[in-house]
Design a protein around this ligand. Structure first.
Ligand SMILES: Cc1cc2nc3c(=O)[nH]c(=O)nc-3n(C[C@H](O)[C@H](O)[C@H](O)COP(=O)(O)OP(=O)(O)OC[C@H]3O[C@@H](n4cnc5c(N)ncnc54)[C@H](O)[C@@H]3O)c2cc1C
Length: 288
């Protein structure tokens, strides 16, 4: 195995583009190293991105948005009070990943690029309308997060492309988000269903909402019909019921011992209602 420590993303991309065998980028390593040690994936080229300047930085942009470097650990996000105040739902996804030890390493970008439909950090990013910056042989491009997952363990990134960081939009006034997941135990488990909701209010009326489901389809899924079900409402019980129906209708889950199709489909509606209620309350300033 060739272990590389490039000092720029351009070099990281060039190494990946020139590699002919199995290639992995090494961020926190909480997926890569587990796969390596269990002989699931043995990379020919392992490209450690942590020597690249700025890669561990959380930056508040001038427009009020945020930039999360590709090697920022989940724990560093939860320890950034202003980020938690702006985007509590996005941060609580990473706060659910693994244990304290795992959170000290696991990154948002690694969570996205591992390609799990159950990734806890991804629904909150998509609900927030985040983009990632991608550098590759053709130069740099900005891509909506929902365009990255391609199926279990797969992304739409081309050979030689590497993500430099996540761009979170400005929170703006009267917005709130939330992420909830169902697992059969209290921690250290993979989501059976996950749901993130991000919305904005004008007074008591929701003007715009994005609802995203995890673990109920081959990829994390943005469900526009679910957002439309609560836009223009005060989140009354009829709107919540419409939301639940739209969320459940978007499910195409697997059937396994951790959750039947029927169970996952039902829970998606329940979690959508609960996450929307928390996001609504945060948007109105009733709840942190
Ligand atoms: C005990 C344990 C518990 C866990 N619990 C959870 C959980 O509850 N929820 C959950 O969602 N996940 C969980 N995970 C999985 C894992 O921790 C997360 O997916 C984590 O966010 C991965 O981030 P990382 O930085 O460690 O990624 P890495 O392992 O470094 O990389 C993961 C993948 O992303 C690619 N990659 C990394 N950086 C880049 C980049 N800059 N550009 C392009 N591709 C890149 C790599 O090539 C690799 O394919 C758990 C893992 C363990 C070991």
């Amino acid at each position: 195995m060739n272990y590389h420590t490039p000092e720029s993303f351009e070099d990281a991309a060039a190494i990946a583009a020139a590699a002919t065998g199995t290639t992995r980028f090494l961020a926190g390593g909480t997926d890569v190293l587990v796969q390596l040690r269990t002989d699931l994936v043995t990379p020919d080229d392992l490209i450690d991105i942590k020597h690249i300047p700025g890669v561990k930085q959380i930056t508040r942009r001038e427009d009020g948005g945020w930039r999360i470097g590709a090697a920022v650990a989940g724990a560093e996000m939860t320890e950034t009070a202003a980020l938690c105040a702006d985007w509590p739902g996005l941060v609580e996804g990473m706060d659910l990943v693994g244990s304290t030890q795992v959170q000290g390493r696991a990154t948002l970008v690694g969570n996205l690029c591992n390609g799990s439909p159950a990734a806890d950090g991804v629904p909150g990013m998509i609900a927030a309308g985040c983009t990632v910056t991608v550098i590759g042989p053709e130069g740099a491009r900005e891509v909506a997060v929902e365009e990255i997952p391609a199926g279990p363990g797969k992304t739409t990134l081309d050979r030689g492309e590497v993500i430099t960081g996540v761009n979170i939009p400005p929170r703006g006034a009267h917005g709130g988000d939330a992420y909830l997941r169902f697992i059969p135990r209290t921690e250290m488990d993979i989501a059976v269903v996950g749901c993130a909701v991000n919305l904005r209010v004008d007074g008591a009326t929701i003007t715009h909402a994005r609802v995203v489901l995890g673990a109920v389809a081959p990829t994390v899924r943005l469900v526009p019909e679910a957002g439309e079900a609560i836009a223009g409402t005060t989140l009354d019980s009829a709107a919540l019921d419409r939301l639940a129906r739209a969320a459940s209708a978007a499910c195409h889950p697997i059937d396994d011992k951790r959750g039947t199709i029927e169970f996952r489909t039902h829970v998606a509606g329940v979690l959508a209602k609960r996450a929307a209620t928390i996001a609504y309350s945060r948007a109105k300033g009733d709840q942190a």
